[in-house]
Design a protein around this ligand. Structure first.
Ligand SMILES: [Zn+2]
Length: 265
């Protein structure tokens, strides 16, 4: 069996995750939501119709991070941008030419404007090196956020505000009826394993142990946290573990998840 371990550097990930919480819980940027979730975008339609490893949340994190840094670059001077980017590259142990050497190698007695040009070019240089780092921050942030079911519920409520407006006439291949996405034909093994692992093999309503280690004969149900009838979708972020009883008794108009987590001691 393949084990998927990666090296994480949480230092820049937690501040990023904190921004994401603000965006999702405060909904201050409601008017921009369609920039993140556009029904006209084929990748968005694929993600809501069939579980993809690169989820809606990955894409949201990616766009958000790019916008955050664009905003940051607009607000501060070149020197602060350079400081921040060099700090990130150092944290991730990415080698780069330090700014003094870079400036010296281009021009060391130029006018101020030339100096600014040099800094600008240097920043562009750093940004190239940052592309894979930003992607890593996206993956790290996803790993943290996927563990928080209430966050995922809030996130999917935002997505639902978009899918509810999608009409069957416009997207007949993925919509069951207006505002309701078709059920995915199957849930892949990798997703079942991830949900089972995250939810510790327990029903998220009653806490019943579904692992089969101590109690036999329990059925495992993979439930859409936001039901498809309420604008839910088939992205991995919208699934949880339930026992048979609670999945069958949960009607298509109920949204239930759990904020219970096991403590270490
Ligand atoms: Zn249950």
């Amino acid at each position: 069996m393949m084990e998927s371990f990666k090296e994480f550097k949480y230092r820049f990930t937690y501040p990023n995750v904190s921004f994401i919480y603000e965006t999702v819980f405060d909904r201050a940027e409601e008017e921009y939501l369609e920039d993140y979730f556009d029904p006209e975008d084929g990748a968005f339609r694929l993600r809501i119709s069939k579980p993809q490893k690169d989820t809606l949340l990955h894409d949201f994190l990616r766009v958000r991070l790019k916008l955050d840094y664009e905003y940051f670059e607009d607000k501060v001077g070149y020197s602060e941008i350079i400081d921040e980017y060099e700090k990130i590259l150092n944290t991730y142990h990415v080698p780069f030419l330090p700014s003094k050497e870079f400036e010296g190698s281009v021009n060391d007695d130029g006018l101020l404007k030339e100096c600014e040009d040099t800094k600008f070019n240097y920043i562009q240089n750093l940004k190239q090196l940052l592309i894979p780092i930003f992607e890593q921050i996206v993956q790290e942030s996803f790993t943290i956020l996927f563990g928080d079911r209430m966050f995922l519920l809030k996130f999917n409520e935002i997505v639902a505000s978009i899918t509810k407006k999608m009409r069957k006439y416009d997207y007949p291949e993925i919509m069951k009826r207006d505002g309701v996405v078709k059920r995915a034909t199957y849930i892949p093994r990798w997703l079942k394993d991830a949900i089972f692992h995250r939810d510790k093999g327990k029903c998220q309503v009653c806490g019943r142990d579904l692992s089969g280690l101590m109690f036999l004969g329990e059925e495992i149900h993979y439930d859409h946290v936001i039901p498809l009838n309420l604008g839910g979708n088939n992205d991995p972020t919208n699934f949880q573990l339930l026992c048979k009883e609670h999945n069958l008794s949960k009607s298509g108009t109920q949204i239930i998840t759990s904020e219970r987590y096991q403590t270490y001691w």
